[in-house]
Design a protein around this ligand. Sequence first.
Ligand SMILES: NC(=O)c1ccc[n+]([C@@H]2O[C@H](COP(=O)([O-])OP(=O)(O)OC[C@H]3O[C@@H](n4cnc5c(N)ncnc54)[C@H](O)[C@@H]3O)[C@@H](O)[C@H]2O)c1
Length: 339
Amino acid sequence: MNRTESFEGEVLRVVRGTRSGVPIAVAIHSTERGPAIGGCRIKPYPSWRDGVDDALRLSAAMTMKCALAGLPYGGGKTVAVLPAEGARRRDLIADIAEAISALGGRYRTGPDIGSTSEDMAEIHRLAHGWAFCRPEAQGGSGTSSAATARGVLAALRAGVAPGSVAGSRVGVIGFGSVGRLVCESLLAQGADVVVTDVDGELRPVAEQLGASWTTADLVRERLDVLVPAATGGLLTAESAAACGASLIVGPANNQLVADEVATVLRDRGITWIPDVIASAGGIIHAVGREELGWDEAAANAKVDAIADTTSAVLSRARERGSTTVRAARELAARLTGTG
Ligand SMILES: NC(=O)c1ccc[n+]([C@@H]2O[C@H](COP(=O)([O-])OP(=O)(O)OC[C@H]3O[C@@H](n4cnc5c(N)ncnc54)[C@H](O)[C@@H]3O)[C@@H](O)[C@H]2O)c1
């Protein structure tokens, strides 16, 4: 992973949790449009510095995500760098809540890799309510997976020719909570769906739904649509050069290892829908329900509007011959008043 060259954010706070001993980084990239929001990632990293880099990159992506989604929020992120021996959950969550509390409400968190709705309930309790997606039974909007999947499907609709989902061949990498919901919907719309996941135990579930399972590298397969729904960093210059899909759209954050990869994709005629647009459904729904006073129908309508943002970015990229990354950055800069 490349080290972050310059600090473009507002706050970077790194603490060692007093209870857990775990390094915790909270990055606030921007509060220009409102309080910073971004998930809480709890996982091992090669070193704590890699965790800090991830927090910085992901917080910047959240600023763009919020701007493009039209939300009155900026970007932030929490990363807890889990040691090989793990940590007592209760202690770790209390330490994370303390780190968030210390920022006085400039940043609110939500679930991400390694954290759950139940963790958010605890952080919400300990940190003045500055956590989204508590279980519905505890007053939150629950898991964000369904809204995230809905947003991916909206972006996908905008990226394909009208009515062309039926009969198209779609590859889904990652059969987790979002990937599975995307699969279900695409199968229901008549797509031919092939799935891969590092967890082979998911194979019978996928096959029961009607998807086929593969252990091949789906990036290299001939597909109408590739859905990255596992982890980030899938698209490198090499994998982009070998990619066999016409359209790439999925929930995984930070799919490109660098912006330049978007040029390789564009030059090969592959449409890549920026993940900051396609993956925004969950956060749109969560803040809409929990803070902005939207009912379920209004929140879903805002998630569906991801299709309009997608179309705007694809048109801008087409008209200017630029990459979709560049088009999305320009649009976000206009919306944040920085461009
Ligand atoms: N859940 C949300 O609301 C949400 C919101 C925004 C972004 N995202 C992002 O979308 C992605 C999927 O989210 P999720 O909630 O479904 O996660 P998840 O953990 O439920 O599922 C991820 C799946 O990917 C699989 N996987 C991991 N590495 C893989 C690899 N190299 N190849 C194939 N499969 C692999 C895992 O086994 C797992 O089944 C993540 O990158 C997440 O950060 C999720």
